[in-house]
Design a protein around this ligand. Sequence first.
Ligand code: THU
Length: 165
Amino acid sequence: MARIPRQQLLSYEELDTATDLTTAERATWEAAREATAHAYAPYSGFQVGAALLLADGTIFRGTNQENAAYPSGLCAERTALFGLAANQPNHPPIVGMAVAARPVNGEFGPALPCGACRQVMLEYEARQGQAISLLLPSREGTILRFDSLTALMPFNFSPNDLPRP
Ligand code: THU
């Protein structure tokens, strides 16, 4: 039986500061940061904001929403995506996304989406059949820029893996 070693390349850009972003990216980046102020995070004290840039230039925000029954809470990335789909079912394609996070009253730090959010993010990219670029603050204080959300989750389970009902 053949045992073939394989590797996958992950392509992304690393930017030093937000001034290196395009105007639309910058607006999305800032919206995610501003959104952290509206997080409901009384239990973790960790405020997360997510911003979705739509093809018409508008920006839709999400924040983490915690709950006394801890697992009932939801991450910012998913409140943004679910909120958009629920409120604007015919929304223009999502072209970009940014995430920001900080402890209450603290400095902005890294914001790397959890696995469950990555799975949901991929669903929306697959659903619209158009790539969504992503800006994430890295652990080193730089900005990571991905052309597509698929880069975040290789070998993901996608809608194409389900038989059509
Ligand atoms: N959180 C997010 O909103 N997004 C992530 O990608 C990671 C974690 C939230 C969930 C919870 O409210 C808090 O951050 C601490 O985990």
